[in-house]
Structure formats: structure tokens, C-alpha cells
Design a protein around this ligand. Structure first.
Ligand code: NAD
Length: 242
């Protein structure tokens, strides 16, 4: 039980990576607040409907953790939207604002408001979901890729500013994972009989499972990663090096 006695907040917990991670955190002994736009139904968690890009909603999640469990030790800022693969010329300012609000301002709000509460508790771990799209071109649309690159540098800055409070801040960069976000890509590949092409994108020659990202989040949430700080952990089967 690597998270026994810990309280965790997971955003984007109704589906995919967030769902798998919230379930794994529960299995590892954590009390988990599972948040999404609609209230997630996940056994063993406290489900809360909250917009991860809204400041009042993020503050509300942390207050709920304080009220129900006395504080928060782990914040997995994972909620995200892709916005598709449209080119720069097709994307509007409104598209950019919406993607940045959820994908980049969301993690900023998690760090800003969980930080002081974790400090009171003597420390904590904040994990933000970035993406391989934040490292290399071609893995996401312009706003999505820019938002995820922003997350990678945000955790570095935050790590330097929160380290005195014994709070570690890290990112995970998933490759191609089969979730609600990538369902259309997988469906299209399956319908055309070209599913194997998706796997061929990386040296391991397969897409990833949400559980494989959940285990990376568990590593960063737990004391197993006690000396890992300001890091962007790539979990992509080698996509980013191929
Ligand atoms: P998903 O669509 O299955 O899950 C994302 C969840 O976030 C959904 O339940 C959605 O309702 C929720 N969400 C969206 N906007 C929200 C908001 N404003 N407030 C609260 N919840 C919100 O997709 P996923 O693949 O599990 O995505 C999780 C994270 O992983 C995202 O940040 C995504 O960018 C990132 N990611 C995914 C992949 C992939 O291949 N699936 C690759 C790299 C990074």
C-alpha cells in the first residue's frame, strides 16, 4: 500500500488515464477525490463535478479534501482536451483559449491552490499530465502541443518555487494511449483495417494502456520518487525518440 494514509485529488477522473489512476490510487490505500465535468462514478472514491480550468472549482476541490480528509497530499492535474489536429490556419482564438484554459491554466490552478495546503501538511506531490505532443511536433494540434509544452516548463518553475515546502512537482508525458480522447483515431484505424499502423508509430509497436500511465502517476505520487522533482516523465513506448 504505497499511498496508505494519503489524500489525493484526481481531475479528469471519469475516463481514460484519470479513471485508471484514481482506481490505482484507491487500491494503493489513498482516499481519493475523483473530479470531472460530470460527477465520476468510481468505487471507493468521492466523486465531485468540477471544471478543472475554473479557479473557484479548483479551490472547492481542495476545500472538500480539507473538510472530508483534513488536507491533500497528492494532486493529479490530469484533465485535458485535445482540440483535434487542425492546422494553425484552421484554429480560432476561441479554440486556443479553451485548450489553454483546461490544459495549462488547470495545472497552474492546481499548483497555486494545492501548494499552500500541502505546505501546512509538511509536503506533497503534484503531478500534471503533459504529453509527447509537448516535446515533438506531429503528435497534436498547435494549441494542444503548445499547452503541453507549457505544462512541462510550468512544473520546472513550480518545482523550484515549492521545494522549500517539501512539495515535489512533476509531469507525465504519455504517448498514444487508448482513451476517450483517442477513440476516434483508434476507431478510424480499426475501420480501415490499419490498426497496426498506430502501434508502428513507436519502437514497442503497440499503443499504451491507461493503466501504464497510472503506474507512472503512482510512482510520482509515492515516496518511491522522493528524489524526482521538476521532471517530465515520458511514457510513450519510445514514440518521442523515433
Ligand atoms: P479522456 O478524454 O479519456 O479523459 C479526459 C477527461 O478529462 C474526460 O473525462 C473529460 O470529461 C475530462 N475533462 C475535460 N475537460 C475538463 C475540465 N475542464 N474539467 C474537468 N474535467 C475535464 O482522455 P485521456 O487520454 O485520459 O486524457 C487525460 C490526459 O492525458 C489529458 O490531459 C490528455 O491531454 C493527456 N494525454 C492523453 C494522451 C492519449 O493518447 N490518450 C496522450 C498524451 C496526453
Amino acid at each position: 500500500m504505497r499511498l496508505a494514509g494519503k489524500t489525493a485529488i484526481v481531475t479528469g477522473a471519469a475516463s481514460g488515464i484519470g479513471f485508471a489512476t484514481a482506481a490505482l490510487f484507491v487500491a494503493e490505500g489513498a482516499r481519493v477525490i475523483a473530479a470531472d465535468l460530470g460527477m465520476p462514478e468510481l468505487e471507493g472514491t468521492t466523486g465531485v463535478a468540477a471544471d478543472a480550468g475554473d479557479e473557484a472549482a479548483v479551490k472547492g476541490l481542495i476545500k472538500r479534501a480539507q473538510k472530508d480528509f483534513g488536507g491533500v497530499d497528492i494532486f493529479f492535474a490530469n484533465a485535458g482536451i485535445s482540440g483535434g489536429l487542425a492546422s494553425i490556419f484552421e484554429q480560432s482564438v476561441e479554440d486556443w483559449e479553451q485548450i489553454l484554459r483546461v490544459n495549462l491554466i488547470g495545472p497552474f490552478l492546481a499548483i497555486k491552490h494545492a501548494g499552500p495546503v500541502m505546505k501546512e501538511r509538511g509536503g506533497g506531490s503534484i503531478i500534471c499530465t503533459a504529453s509527447v505532443a509537448g516535446i515533438r511536433a506531429g503528435a497534436g494540434g498547435p494549441a494542444y502541443s503548445a499547452s503541453k509544452a507549457g505544462v512541462i516548463n510550468l512544473v520546472k518553475v513550480a518545482a523550484t518555487q515549492l521545494c522549500d515546502s517539501n512539495i515535489r512537482v512533476n509531469a507525465i508525458c504519455p504517448g498514444l494511449i487508448e482513451t476517450g480522447m483517442t477513440k476516434a483515431i483508434y476507431d478510424m484505424a480499426r475501420d480501415s483495417g490499419k490498426e497496426s499502423l498506430l502501434g508502428n508509430l513507436n519502437p514497442l509497436k503497440r499503443g499504451g494502456e491507461p493503466d501504464e500511465i497510472a503506474h507512472a502517476a503512482l510512482f510520482l505520487a509515492s515516496d518511491d520518487s522522493s528524489y524526482v522533482n521538476g521532471h517530465a516523465l515520458v511514457v510513450d513506448g519510445g514514440l518521442s525518440i523515433s
